[in-house]
Design a protein around this ligand. Structure first.
Ligand code: ADP
Ligand code: ASP
Ligand code: MG
Length: 445
């Protein structure tokens, strides 16, 4: 079994959907995981915002615009009238679900139901195109029948494996399955999702559940690049990354992968290949247990962090102090991303500021607390074992004009993390490109 995930741009128009069949052929059975068409989830998020603001008229209008867009795509993709009519019946049911939710104040479960429609629409359209228009065999598997979160809102891997096997069982000879990325049910059985960009995570969870031999993430770029191509010119794809390196880059901001998407694949050693639908012959990036020996392979940046410093001359090094500090974050289920300590202070960062006020209130019990908003973690990833000396010097030289708020090195052999004010992010990424990756390594020249 192979799992192939196609992102928003890769299914973003009738033309893009028509390019998929050539990419999904192969001798072994395949599960194709689709995102919503590009722009759809943003449009649905916008509709939910308007509803929360009580602007029903605008929400209804935006829903109608989206419906019209889908009618055009359906007619273009499915030129046979009866095939189009059947598909449009399903599209209309999805839009009716949204229109019905515009009639009452929006609840959190209503919001999630609206957000789920994007992947339901894209998979329906592609399935009908592939089977009814092209006459190819494929089964549409409802992700809501097997993707599930547990009571801690984490994917319930045992449930997913068991229920995926149940939905696959009646189709022993099938070559192709199509399912939705992103959407799932929660522990109560209500519709939920894996957060923005979550289709990558779906593909990895499904790959792990099916014990797939490979997971392919098809997107609009030729692999994971050494730096953020949206911010820096002259980036290049990295051919090979280890699971740990890829997981760090995904978590620390490489948007090409959902932050948690490498973990399920890595748990079972399933290779993940990042490939480009616009350039299918490009080798892309292979993520596996192997690592190369370049010292620094890539840089990524994650915005939206809050830095908190707790200063307490009395207690810091007393045993049990750090535990008491961590307990505060644990109490509010807020993960810490980065941490540094000195003899009198501890600094740490969080990206979920939902409970910031309560956390600060509790921390003030330990000493003086300072808070800095709008912080960015810049994460450098590679083979940073001590023998590869000299990497830190290159990093600090490159960043000599940028104020560094925190530095973390040695936590893992794969990572140096730096905290800067977000206003310096672009300059920092550009300076690191100049200082670390120019001229390009020979393999990427
Ligand atoms: P999809 O819709 O296929 O999931 P995304 O937009 O989520 O695609 O991810 C692909 C985009 O990620 C690329 O177009 C690129 O702009 C952005 N990106 C950010 N950092 C990186 C990186 N280090 N390498 C490759 N792409 C990156
Ligand atoms: N459609 C969802 C989003 O835009 C999930 C995904 O594309 O991965 O966030
Ligand atoms: Mg994505």
């Amino acid at each position: 079994m192979k799992v192939l995930k196609f992102g928003g741009t890769s299914v973003g128009s009738a033309e893009r959907m028509r390019a998929l069949p050539a990419l999904i052929q192969g001798p072994e059975p395949r599960i194709v995981v689709l995102s919503a068409m590009s722009g759809t989830t943003n449009a649905l998020v916008n509709i939910t915002k308007l509803l929360y603001e009580g602007d029903t008229t605008a929400a209804t209008y935006q829903t109608e615009i989206l419906r019209q867009h889908y009618l055009i795509v359906a007619r273009e993709l499915l030129p046979e009238a009866d095939v189009a009519a059947e598909a449009i019946g399903h599209l209309d049911a999805s839009f009716k679900t949204i229109f019905n939710l515009t009639r009452h104040p929006l609840s959190a479960s209503g919001e999630r139901l609206i957000l789920a429609q994007g992947e339901l629409l894209s998979t329906l359209l592609f399935h009908r195109y592939y089977t009814a228009l092209l006459g190819q065999p494929a089964v549409l598997l409802p992700a809501l029948d097997f993707m599930r979160l547990d009571k801690d809102e984490e994917p319930d891997e045992a449930y997913i494996a068991e229920h995926l096997a149940v939905v696959l069982a009646p189709h022993a000879e099938q070559p192709l399955f199509i399912t939705q990325g992103y959407i799932c049910r929660n522990a109560n059985g209500d519709i939920d999702n894996l957060k923005r960009g979550g289709s990558d995570y779906s593909a990895s969870l499904i790959g792990a559940a099916a014990q797939a031999e490979e997971i392919q993430i098809w997107t609009d770029i030729d692999g994971l690049h050494n730096n953020d191509p949206r911010v820096v010119d002259d980036t290049y794809p990295i051919r090979e990354l280890s699971f740990d390196e890829a997981a760090e880059l995904a978590y620390f901001g490489a948007k090409i992968l959902h932050p948690s998407s490498i973990l399920p694949a890595s748990k079972y050693g399933i290779p993940v290949r990042l490939l480009n639908t616009m350039q299918p012959e490009a080798p892309g990036t292979l993520i596996s247990a192997k690592t190369g020996d370049e010292a620094i392979k890539a840089v990524a940046a994650k915005d939206g962090l809050v830095a908190i410093k707790i200063k307490s001359s009395r207690m810091l090094l007393a045993h049990g102090f750090l535990r008491s500090v961590f307990e505060v974050f644990e109490r509010y289920r807020t993960p810490i991303d980065m941490i540094t300590t000195s003899e009198v202070a501890v600094s740490l960062t969080i990206d979920d500021a939902t409970h910031l006020a309560e956390i600060l209130e509790d921390l003030r019990g330990f000493g003086a607390v300072e808070v800095d908003q709008d912080q960015t973690i810049v994460c450098l990833v590679g083979n940073l074992i001590q023998e590869n000396n000299g990497s830190a010097r290159l990093v600090f030289n490159a960043l000599k004009d940028i104020p560094l708020r925190m530095i973390s090195y040695g936590g893992s052999p794969n990572n140096i993390s730096l905290l800067i004010h977000s206003s310096y992010k672009v300059r920092a990424l550009q300076a690191l490109n100049e200082g670390l990756f120019q001229p390009r390594p020979v393999a990427n020249a």
